[in-house]
Design a protein around this ligand. Structure first.
Ligand code: PBG
Length: 312
């Protein structure tokens, strides 16, 4: 009877698994801050795609670690970079696997910020929003050419959804969709990811472009702007500390919504489980169910493989 009256479902097809492809590693490399998550060489992409398909997972989102970084993040749109190559390998191994690519400069810039820098009049540095848009558009085009289904801008520059849509359409990629990281907070829960992707900012922080955790109305405004600019799907990130935002957005938009169960949320469960403080399986499935209950259609989560096995 409980099953009959259950209001929220959770299944492997709801999950998007984030993957890190590195230009320099030869073998899968464990990531210290994220137990169970590996940096992968592109040579592992096809087998990974098949394993993910076999588990019934809804799709993947790719991040890249380039061989070289520079102030503009040019490695992000190198067609021979780890992300375009991994996209092509995964799509040719499993053509119906949904492949997304994160679009951001922070993995590719030597200073670790999500855009190119400029000097303010007072001599301090900040991110140049509009100059960054041009680079993001080149990134999105490079991933579209490699065969990606969805580009997901996570940089938080203003106007980037419109810039990406225009660049994709002009390049003949009208069918490439945009999943906008619309509501992305300046969060302490990204710490483990920054080690994984080697993208911690070398000075300052991301509060100039990511959102203040205290703001909810601003979140709805950010989402409305992305919707107007042509986003096909919206995202809330992180997930668990912002379930209220997810629920409010669900009431406001008819677009599909994703939620990013980020690295710090994952690491907390892993660490507590390793210390025998909680039951990993129970806590994980409860957390993921709560994200669906709050209104997410799909969840980007590092728990995707384990949770999919548990849900079989
Ligand atoms: C890139 C990006 C980040 C994450 C996803 N895309 C890092 C950041 O904004 O600092 C974080 C994901 C996670 O913590 O799992 N801008």
């Amino acid at each position: 009877m409980r099953a009959l009256v259950r209001e929220t479902t959770l299944s492997p097809g709801d999950f998007i698994l984030p993957l890190f492809f590195s230009a320099t590693c030869k073998e899968p490399e464990p990531i210290g801050t994220m137990p169970g998550v590996m940096r992968l060489p592109v040579s592992a992409a096809a087998a990974e795609a098949r394993a993910i398909k076999d588990l019934g997972i809804g799709g993947v989102i790719l991040f890249g670690l380039p061989a070289q970084k520079d102030p503009e993040g040019r490695a992000g749109y190198d067609p021979d970079g780890p992300v375009p190559r991994a996209i092509a390998e995964m799509k040719s191994a499993v053509p119906d696997l949904l492949v997304m690519a994160d679009v951001c400069n922070c993995e590719y810039t030597d200073h670790g910020h999500c855009g190119v820098l400029r000097k303010r009049r007072d001599g301090t540095m900040d991110v140049d929003n509009d100059a960054t848009l041009e680079i993001l558009a080149l990134d999105a085009l490079a991933y579209a050419k490699a065969g990606v289904d969805v580009v997901a801008p996570s940089d938080m520059m203003d106007g980037r959804v419109k810039a990406l849509r225009e660049a994709l359409d002009a390049g003949g990629f009208e069918e490439t969709s945009i999943l906008a990281y619309s509501i992305k907070y300046a969060s302490g829960f990204y710490g483990p990811f920054r080690e994984a992707a080697d993208c911690a900012p070398q000075f300052g922080d991301r509060a100039g472009y990511q959102m203040d955790p205290a703001n909810a109305r601003e979140a709805l405004r950010e989402a409305a702007l992305d919707e107007e600019e042509g986003a096909d799907m919206l995202m809330v990130k992180p997930a668990l500390p912002y379930l209220d935002i997810l629920a409010r957005l669900r009431d406001r938009t008819t677009l599909p919504i994703g939620a990013y169960n980020v690295s710090g949320e994952y690491a907390m469960i892993k660490a507590a489980a390793a210390a025998n403080m909680i039951d990993e399986r129970r806590a994980t499935l409860e957390a993921l169910t709560s994200i669906r209950r709050a209104g997410a259609d799909f969840i980007l989560t590092y728990h995707a493989k384990d949770a999919s096995r548990w849900l079989r």
